[in-house]
Design a protein around this ligand. Structure first.
Ligand SMILES: NC(=O)c1ccc[n+]([C@@H]2O[C@H](COP(=O)([O-])OP(=O)(O)OC[C@H]3O[C@@H](n4cnc5c(N)ncnc54)[C@H](OP(=O)(O)O)[C@@H]3O)[C@@H](O)[C@H]2O)c1
Length: 267
């Protein structure tokens, strides 16, 4: 592997979950500017209007004018049918010229942070959280790897958007911490099993998004809630653009250890 930075991500098929807002929307914008002509983006989330406004914006961009294909898939990733439609759209968007398949597992939810762990007695509630945040990520990744098997000349990269919560417990955040830890281990196993695959768990830092608003307004634990409110008040949240620029640099350099957890503050 070379440590010199490429200037593009190749003629890529980029599948980005949670592209309607927040970090996923920024990833879609930034990736669209780093792929070669002949590339395609498959953008998915539940909010169709937000996806379509992004599609329109990208169509007007330099990449759009150069022929970038953008497919929006309105889907609930917590449901099997949702996963199926993302896989179908990805197969349709693929062409023989594509030399890099990039899957960004970005979609996630915070879960109910207004309660502590001992209140989670309802298995259906926990299962529903894990369906979106863990199961869908494994099943989508597995389906995409099957749809686009290893071929000479085809690079395959799988990105997991992770968090400090995968490594560290946060009071009131039992679902989120559990989901992020499980999801990250899943990608570590994948990296061990598939040496040709490039697997990255990127921790983007505290971002100024809807998820942060929920974190600072609804977290039950007062000290955790205060630390999020303080970060916001003191201007310590990162913009999605600043964090995404570091992710793109990692992907262009392509020198990370496959399966590694890389934090924005390490870069
Ligand atoms: N914000 C932070 O401070 C922070 C810190 C560390 C890590 N992260 C991670 O960064 C990633 C992006 O977070 P964010 O802050 O951008 O969150 P966000 O603003 O809440 O956006 C979440 C995205 O996921 C999609 N999504 C949620 N539920 C879905 C479902 N059932 N099916 C399909 N899509 C669904 C949402 O789209 P729809 O609602 O349209 O479906 C949205 O596009 C997440 O993995 C998060 O855990 C965030």
């Amino acid at each position: 592997m070379s440590s010199t930075q490429c200037t593009d991500l190749g003629r890529a098929l980029c599948i980005i979950t949670g592209a309607s807002r927040g970090f996923g929307r920024t990833i879609a914008r930034e990736m669209s500017g780093l792929v070669k002509p002949g590339s395609a983006l498959v953008l998915t989330a539940r909010s169709g209007d937000d996806l379509r406004s992004l599609e329109a914006e990208l169509a007007e961009s330099e990449a759009g004018r150069a022929g970038l294909v953008v497919e929006c898939v309105v889907a609930d990733l917590g449901q099997m049918e949702g996963l199926g439609s993302v896989v179908r759209a990805s197969k349709e968007a693929f062409s023989e010229d594509i030399d890099h398949v990039i899957l960004v597992n970005n979609a996630a939810s915070l879960g109910d942070v207004s309660r502590d762990a001992k209140s989670f007695t309802d298995m259906a509630e926990v299962d529903s959280y894990l369906s979106l945040n863990v199961s869908s990520s494994l099943c989508l990744t597995a389906s995409i790897l099957q749809a686009f098997p290893q071929l000479p000349g085809l690079r395959r990269s799988v990105i997991n958007i992770t968090s400090l919560c995968a490594l560290q417990p946060f009071r009131s955040w039992v679902l989120y911490c559990t989901g992020k830890a499980a999801r990250e281990m899943m990608f570590r196993v994948l990296a061990e099993e598939e040496p040709d695959l490039r697997v990255l768990s990127y921790s983007p830092g505290p971002l100024d998004t809807d998820m942060q608003k929920v974190a600072r307004s609804r977290t039950a634990d007062p000290s955790i809630r205060k630390s999020f409110s303080d970060m916001f008040a003191q201007g310590q949240l990162l913009t999605c653009e600043a964090s995404c620029a570091k992710l793109m640099k990692l992907l262009l350099e392509d020198s990370y250890t496959s399966g590694a957890h890389v934090d924005v503050y390490d870069l």
